[in-house]
Design a protein around this ligand. Structure first.
Ligand code: 26V
Length: 845
């Protein structure tokens, strides 16, 4: 791939004018104008045009006259896929010395077309080719369904990491599950969340290659046999009662400038026998496929919870299914290339994305012991020098544990191996004089405190060479809390790797207007090296630059205003302050704090309707886990408050509230560049990192946030004067939570908070059901686990400071530009280089 061609392409695209093009139902794509500043090669356009035409005819079976938008998308994707394959053939000519394997139950990749075009340098070529065919690129982009194979931060991080690994030239495979149905589609019925299945595969997936030749057998249940392999050497062998096939489906991941093409390998579950013919012939047509349904259920749907483990058997089956298939695949590749499985740690680094693949510890041991005949010590050496584990949460309800009884039934051999690992681990403690019961109970892989359960975090920790947290604060809390005793045994094991985001998606693609400004200001090298954004600092008070920066934002706010009108039926003024909180709905993320502040502001406006209030639009988006009652009630409250406020003529345009349905990656790409204010208000110590916070700051939104997760590092980079920090820090939270009656006292001391809570509790927003929100207000008055009442007054203060800041545009834009200029460190390229060097020990070119 010619370097200058890619650059040319990005420069050209970035030179386009923002146009508010949006398909009301599917698209959330910013379009750039079709006026290229730099010429596009006529031959390349003609070649691609003919390739798209041929795909439409011969692969889709449509003519240009009958083709729907979705058909054009498929034809375009297939034509580009051919070019990716060509780049892939070039990048895979030699066997790399070491590969990274990223095991994740979630990959929240969203749409792939703009990523592929951008990284191949083919955006303008594609636009021109489609234009020749009478088709608009923005429309085609809008026809691609989001691949929502993840819940939130953890899944999106995996997608950013995959893109960054390909972009920095790190040979890597991602391994996950090819869910038929990704995260559910959210709609609102009178403000109540409703879930519907999402059907991203309904019309196939043009990006993937099915690889029936890469199929593995996955066992479940059964028993363990013993045989004497030689005098005194006993081999155990697992005899599963049930087997399922894992069939690989590969999605190519093309890096920046087509440099490297990596593979995201997603496993689909299939039955060994598609139908029981005898049963079918006997007339039991449904029973004949029951086994198949049971097998295929494994890759049917993504679990929609990202916090509380429901502890269901199917979830454990998913975890083992994809972990086993991935390990079998990578061990087979290693042995084919290198001959000896003992050298695995030299040529493979495996990253476990949270504990979901933690069963890799006993599974790799089992493969090495049973299939390759290694001794226990050799197998343990290989395992603990190949595996690494990333922790993404310390919330107790999200830490996975599985009942021993379930593990024994589903994975009897693994349970034996876990017992043996644990026995040796605890023996080691005794040898070191640490046999006191409290210590042993704390470091044991088995929790015996409420039934016997396997602690997957402890298992992953003990079986890994390195364990990392995802922000400085979170890593520190790992050392001090959940993993304190394990940490003391091996103080070098825990390292920090602060999260990052891929700038290709979240800056270049999502915000071409701002990217163009940056390129013009500091040069095109900024596309390769985001550190050059620093050069924008000097322009923060340059009137003409500020004007253009503000104009880009204005364009995106106008486009978002249209989306808001289309999807929520609310008309908003693009010159108001756009205040955005988009993320999964969870009590610790405190959307409720934001809603209560909204109610308090509403009361304040009502009390002084003639005061000069700063016009604000509060924008919410996010899904609640279907079984998370409290989170769903928070959505309902936000919707009910929105209705009351938006309908109140006295408030007029000074306050609007919108809850956008069906938040997704592509919606985020439309919202983030349009945000003025980014809400990152979790209870300090509870948000491991956050990554949305980084996307907003990079795009120039100012943050209102607590000293939590990566917010702290963002403050350190952008400067304390360019971020609005409020509330207790993690130590303060810990101290206050230990005080009795902290919520009652906080409410007593804050008339404003008390009045807002009273209004909600009185049924003012739910006259048809006055007690509707009592579960929320009662909880705050009596428990308030997330210290919302305690932080309320300082949050209010920060918001009023923000009102004032908004009224000084020059100062506001200066701060915004400093944010964009100073966020380079949060590139996931930086995260991946750190992992490569300190965890994976693999050289990056
Ligand atoms: C946990 C569980 C528990 C069992 C049921 C299904 C399920 C699914 C996902 C999870 C993991 C939740 C952890 C998580 O998503 N953490 C987020 O990770 C982001 C990336 O590191 C980070 O930015 C967020 O702060 C953190 O909440």
């Amino acid at each position: 791939m010619g370097v200058s061609k890619v650059l040319n392409d990005v420069l050209t695209r970035a030179s386009g004018k923002e146009a508010p093009e949006h398909d009301a139902t599917t698209a959330a794509r910013p379009a750039t104008s079709a006026v290229p500043a730099l010429p596009v090669s006529g031959d390349a356009v003609a070649d691609l045009r003919e390739a798209i035409r041929a795909k439409l005819a011969f692969a889709i079976g449509k003519s240009p006259e009958t083709a729907r938008e979705r058909d054009w998308f498929a034809a375009t994707a297939l034509a580009l896929r051919d070019r990716i394959v060509a780049a892939c053939a070039a990048s895979n000519r030699t066997v790399p010395n070491k590969r990274v394997y990223y095991l994740s139950l979630e990959f929240l990749i969203g749409r792939l077309l703009s990523d592929a075009m951008n990284n191949l340098g083919l955006v303008e070529t594609t636009r021109a080719a489609l234009k020749d065919l009478g088709v608009d690129l923005g429309t085609v982009e809008g026809a691609e369904p989001d691949a929502a194979l993840g819940n939130g931060g953890l899944g999106r991080l995996a997608a950013c990491f995959m893109e960054s690994m390909a972009s920095i030239g790190l040979p890597a495979y991602g391994y996950g599950i090819r869910y038929d149905h990704g995260l559910f589609r959210q709609s609102f019925e009178n403000g109540w969340q409703r879930e519907a299945p999402e059907t991203w595969l309904a019309e196939g997936n043009p990006w993937e290659f099915a690889r029936p030749d890469a199929t593995y057998t996955i066992g479940f249940g059964g028993h363990v046999t013993m045989s004497m392999v030689s005098e005194g050497v006993i081999r155990r062998n697992w005899q599963p009662a049930e087997t399922v096939k894992a069939v690989a489906h590969d999605v190519p991941v093309v890096g920046w400038k087509g440099r490297t093409v990596n593979t995201l390998r997603l496993w689909k579950a299939e039955a060994e026998q598609p139908v029981d013919l005898a049963q079918f012939n006997g007339g039991d047509h449904v029973g004949a496929v029951a086994n198949r349904m049971r097998a295929e259920a494994i890759s049917r749907v993504l679990y929609p919870s990202d916090s509380t483990s429901a502890g269901q058997e199917l979830r454990l089956r998913q975890e083992y299914f994809f972990t086993s298939a991935s390990l079998q695949d990578l061990v087979r590749r290693h042995v084919a290339e290198r001959g000896d499985v003992r050298s695995l740690p030299d040529h493979a680094a495996i990253q476990l994305n949270d504990t979901h693949p933690a069963i890799a510890v006993p599974e790799l041991m089992r493969i090495l012991l049973e299939d390759h005949g290694l001794t226990w010590d050799d197998a343990w050496h290989v395992t603990t020098n190949t595996l690494n584990y990333t922790n993404h949460t310390l919330l107790p309800e999200a830490l996975e544990t599985w009942p021993v009884e379930l593990m024994e039934r589903l994975l009897p051999r693994h349970m034996q191996i876990i017992y043996l690992i644990n026995w040796m681990h605890l023996e080691e403690q005794a040898k070191n004089g640490r046999s006191d019961a409290a210590h042993l109970a704390s470091v044991s892989l088995i929790d015996e405190s409420h039934g016997r359960r396997v602690r997957m975090g402890h298992l992953a920790f003990h079986g890994s060479r390195r364990v990392n947290g995802v922000s400085a604060l979170h890593t520190e809390l790992m050392r001090k809390t959940v993993f304190a005793d394990l940490h003391a045994l091996d103080p070098d094991k825990i390292v920090n790797k602060t999260n990052g985001i891929t700038f290709r998606r979240w800056f270049h693609n999502a915000n071409p207007g701002l990217t163009r400004l940056a390129v013009e200001a500091v040069g095109a090298d900024v596309l390769d090296n985001p550190e050059l954004l620093k050069g924008l600092d000097a322009l923060a008070q340059d009137a003409s630059f500020v004007e253009r920066y503000a104009a880009v934002r204005r364009g995106r706010k106008e486009a978002l205003a249209e989306i808001i009108y289309d999807r929520a039926g609310v008309s908003v003024d693009p010159s108001a302050l756009f205040d955005v909180q988009i993320k999964r709905i969870h009590e610790y993320k405190r959307q409720l704090l934001n809603v209560i502040e909204t109610v308090a502001l509403y009361q304040a406006i009502k009390a002084e309707p003639h005061k000069d209030w700063t016009p604000r639009v509060k924008i919410f988006g996010g899904k609640a886990a279907p079984s998370y009652t409290q989170a769903k009630l928070i959505i309902k409250l936000a919707c009910d408050v929105a209705r009351a406020v938006n309908d109140d003529p006295e408030v007029a345009d000074r306050l609007k509230v919108v809850f956008l349905p069906n938040y997704s990656v592509s919606l985020a790409e439309a919202i983030i560049p349009a945000a003025d204010l980014s809400e990152q208000i979790s209870t300090a110590g509870m948000e491991a990192s956050g990554t949305g916070n980084m996307k907003f700051a990079l795009n120039g939104a100012l943050t209102v946030g607590t000293l939590d997760g990566a917010n702290i590092e963002i403050r350190d980079h952008v400067g304390a004067e360019n971020i609005f920090i409020f509330g207790l820090d993690a130590a303060g939270v810990q101290a206050r939570a230990a005080e009795p009656h902290y919520a009652r006292d906080a409410i007593w001391n804050s008339p404003r908070l008390a009045a807002a809570l009273d209004m909600i509790a009185s049924g003012r927003f739910s006259p048809e059901e006055p007690n509707r929100f009592r579960p929320l207000t009662d909880d705050l008055r009596h428990r308030d686990q997330y210290l919302l009442t305690v932080d309320f007054d300082d949050y209010w203060r920060a918001q009023r400071e923000i009102d004032a800041a908004w009224n000084d545009p020059a100062a506001w834009w200066k701060r915004a530009i400093h944010n964009t200029a100073r966020m380079a460190w949060f590139s996931s390229d930086r995260s991946m280089r750190e992992y490569a060097e300190e965890i994976w020990r693999v050289r990056v070119a």
